[in-house]
Design a protein around this ligand. Structure first.
Ligand code: NI
Length: 254
């Protein structure tokens, strides 16, 4: 039985949880889950995650506008964020960032809302939770310039890129991708990241680790991810939970 499992990235407002969310989320403490950050992607989901955070003491909310939801971004989005951060359980601006895999054509808008939200987070002393899919170069340029505190979620870059992110003071979030059969870079990164910069995450309901790929992912699957990370770092699973729980609290709850 493990303890101190801190899932720094999930989406429990997702419709795939609406049927059993009460039962599922209530079971987390007895399964060793010490904290979860449930991330918004637009106004509606940011508000839904705040509601979840009000209901469960171990859930915290991140609020923001994802690069894939540019059509959902209201003109006054910075004002909306300004209202929502007043809630005591809002701990980060996220999930924000660039996705050129699904949407290259909205690139200019994605860049603008990403940049403005980082500036907002910096102004308010909040960490950011960054999504970067096939947009490494633009992501790095903005991070180098604005130097937010925060995490690169579901990190998919090289060890070289991880080094630079760490030098910028940010954390690396690793999830189910490290368990995938074709994972090379995530495994190299899992072996490399300094202990004090590593965070665990699921991206639930997505990114389910092996051997459950294809099923809905929940925070209860994290031990499979941690097992792989512990294996490549030559340590034990509980140690991975202990250090990542400490790191998550340092970044998000201080
Ligand atoms: Ni996500």
């Amino acid at each position: 039985m493990y303890k101190n499992i801190f899932d720094t990235h999930a989406h429990y407002d997702d419709e795939r949880f609406c049927e059993d969310s009460q039962e599922l989320l209530s079971s987390f403490p007895e399964n060793g889950i010490s904290g979860v950050i449930s991330c918004g992607v637009n106004t509606e989901s940011s508000k839904a995650n705040i509601e979840l955070a009000e209901k469960y003491p171990f859930i915290y909310a991140a609020i923001g506008y994802h690069g894939l939801n540019t059509e959902d971004v209201p003109d006054n989005y910075i004002e909306v964020l300004g209202e929502l951060i007043k809630h005591e359980k809002v701990v980060a601006i996220g999930e924000i960032g660039l996705d050129y895999h699904y949407e290259r054509e909205t690139r200019d808008i994605q860049l603008e809302i990403f940049r403005k939200q980082i500036e907002f987070a910096n102004e308010h002393g909040l960490p950011v939770i960054v999504h970067d899919r096939e947009a490494h170069e633009d992501t790095m340029n903005i991070l180098r310039e604005l130097k937010p505190k925060g995490v690169m979620h579901c990190f998919s870059g090289s060890v070289e890129m991880a080094k630079e992110i760490i030098k910028l003071g940010m954390y690396i979030g690793l999830g189910g991708a490290v368990t995938f059969k074709n994972a090379v870079k995530p495994v190299e990164v899992a072996a490399f990241v300094p202990e004090d910069r590593l965070l665990l995450e699921t991206d639930a309901p997505y990114m389910t680790p092996v051997p459950f790929r294809g099923q809905r992912c929940t925070s209860l699957h994290i031990p499979y991810t941690a097992q792989k990370i512990a294996e490549v770092r030559n340590t034990d699973i509980q140690h991975i939970f202990d250090v990542t729980d400490r790191n998550a609290r340092e970044l998000f709850l201080k």
